[in-house]
Design a binder for this molecule. Sequence first.
Ligand SMILES: CC(C)(COP(=O)(O)OP(=O)(O)OC[C@H]1O[C@@H](n2cnc3c(N)ncnc32)[C@H](O)[C@@H]1OP(=O)(O)O)[C@@H](O)C(=O)NCCC(=O)NCCS
Length: 190
Amino acid sequence: MSGRLLRNAVLADEENDLFPASLLDRLPNQRQENGLLVRPLRCTDYDKGFIQLLSQLTDVGPIGRDQFLSRFYSMKSVGGYYVVVVEDLDLEKVIGSSTLVVEQKFIHNCALKGRLEDVVVNTSYRGKQLGKLLVTTIAQLAKRLQCYKLSLDCRDPLIPFYESLGFRREPGNANAMNIRIETATEQSRL
Ligand SMILES: CC(C)(COP(=O)(O)OP(=O)(O)OC[C@H]1O[C@@H](n2cnc3c(N)ncnc32)[C@H](O)[C@@H]1OP(=O)(O)O)[C@@H](O)C(=O)NCCC(=O)NCCS
C-alpha cells in the first residue's frame, strides 16, 4: 500500500473508531491472540454481530442499524465511553466486548473514576482467557487515562472471576444498590 493510501486507511479507521486506537497501544501484559484483534468498537460493528454478542449478556432489544449508529455517534461526541472489542479476523465477527465509562468528578481534586461495564465473550470462545484479556485491557486503559478507581457491579457467581483479576470487595463499602425505573422505552416494548 502506498504512503498516501495507508494514511487514508488510518484516517478512515480513526473516523470509524469510538475512541483513538492508539490508547490501546503497548498496554502492559497484553497477549495478542492469533487471528484475534483487540480494538475500539467501530461504527461498522453492527454488521459484525456486536448486538448479537451483547444479547449473550442481557436483554438488548430489537436494535436497528440506525439506532446503533445514533448511540455510537452520541457516545463518541460526548466522550468518556471506551467500548473495547475482540474481533475474530477470519470470521470478521466481534466475539468479545467490555466497556470503560469514565466519570468526571469534582471530588478528589477533579478526579476521574472508571466503571467496568458489559463484559461478555461469545459462548464458543469462553474459557480461552479472553474475558481476562478484556478486563485487564480495561483496567490498564483506566490507569492510562488516570482514573483513580475502577469499579464494577456483578452477580455473585462472578465474584471469584473478578477477584482473580485484582478487584476487591472493600469491607463496609461493598454494596451495590439500585432503584429499577420503568422507562417509556420499556413500557412500549411490553
Ligand atoms: C464472564 C465471562 C466474560 C468470562 O469469559 P471467559 O473468556 O470465559 O473467561 P476467561 O477464559 O478469561 O477466564 C479467566 C479465568 O477466570 C475464570 N473464570 C471464568 N468465568 C468464571 C466464573 N464465572 N467464575 C469463576 N471463575 C471464572 C476462568 O476459570 C479462568 O481462570 P484461569 O485463569 O485460572 O484459567 C464469560 O463467561 C461471559 O461472557 N459470561 C456471560 C456474560 C457475563 O456474565 N458477563 C459478566 C457481567 S458482570
